[in-house]
Design a protein around this ligand. Sequence first.
Ligand SMILES: Nc1ncnc2c1ncn2[C@@H]1O[C@H](COP(=O)(O)OP(=O)(O)OP(=O)(O)O)[C@@H](O)[C@H]1O
Length: 373
Amino acid sequence: MSEIILGLEGVGHSYDGVVEVVSGFSLGVGAGEIVCLLGPSGCGKSTVLRLAAGLETLQRGRIQLRGETVADGESGVSQPPERRNVGLVFQDFALFPHLTVARNVAFGLADLPEHQRGQRALEALAQVGMAGYAGSYPHALSGGQQQRVALARALAPRPSVMLLDEPFSGLDARLREQIRDDTLRVLKRSGAATLLVTHDPEEAMFMADRIYLMQAGKLIQSGPPAEVYARPNSEFAAKFFSNINELEGIVQNGWVATPLGPIPAAQWPSGSSVKVIFRPECLDCVPINGASGRAVLPATVTEVRFIGVARLIRVLATAENGAALDLQVRTSGAFAPEVGAKVGLSLDPARAFVFGPAQNAMQTPLAEPRSNA
Ligand SMILES: Nc1ncnc2c1ncn2[C@@H]1O[C@H](COP(=O)(O)OP(=O)(O)OP(=O)(O)O)[C@@H](O)[C@H]1O
């Protein structure tokens, strides 16, 4: 990985002096890298970002910028935000209503000689495609345009670190996609080390080179989006990224027998009670008499939702012991059964996750099941 530009080490914070809302949290962001802090509301994401920016005083741990310690809970070192040379973008954009777009962007350029400020502000506006609005006032701009101006303002001083807190959540869905796309390009071109806070897993997967998933103030898992999605290390991580299907079973000789066939669970001792979790797109829905190399469980379609790129299908099956199984399938395939249709279900065992009751995760090995034994 490239040189770490923003580093947090063992960071902890409590607002009331008692309960830690962030604890033992570490991360590193390299030059030109986009790292997304992802997690449910209240898990401490914004607190981490505010500590990195210097907007909260660090209580525990250490923060380094470009190799220099800017905050240390032990020694009390705490560089003020304006000396950290980080660009900040918040959800509400926080533009000054009485200043033109150009003056808003030039605001953070006090260190430059007067004649260079306007020039640099225009360059930053051009970076985000807003040079034509330099003389406008914020109220005359759309939400998306205001977001771009906020981004230009943060980028204008050419910071080596960009910190963005839910920068797209004030935008409506269609605009959000477009602005996300544009922002990703601009951030990548800027070469800044970027830390972006979001509660939206799709947004994190789209934007991030690496995701840091948090829960209740702690890091749960970090890695590239595809890895965190395909190899969640806990039930929480699996469920955070999509709807899931869940079956229960008992491990026997390294396998869990399920109505959808045996799932490898070599890490668990025989007799362990485990959960088998799989995403809706990992369950194949085929014509009932369709050929499949895997076990096919008969089921009846109870619901079909068309969502453009895919269909969400709900099916009801019956396990051997008579238990009803209500499962979800996500498919973009040509087979489009209707409600009431009889279908066959099959699961690729390599794409199922096995978790124990204590939530200590085990990814199933990428092995084919031996047999139905
Ligand atoms: N200034 C504050 N004073 C007291 N408690 C606070 C303060 N700011 C945040 N908290 C609490 O700290 C916890 C973490 O908040 P934080 O804003 O960091 O979470 P978050 O993951 O960013 O949530 P959200 O996505 O809702 O913004 C929450 O329980 C919140 O209520």
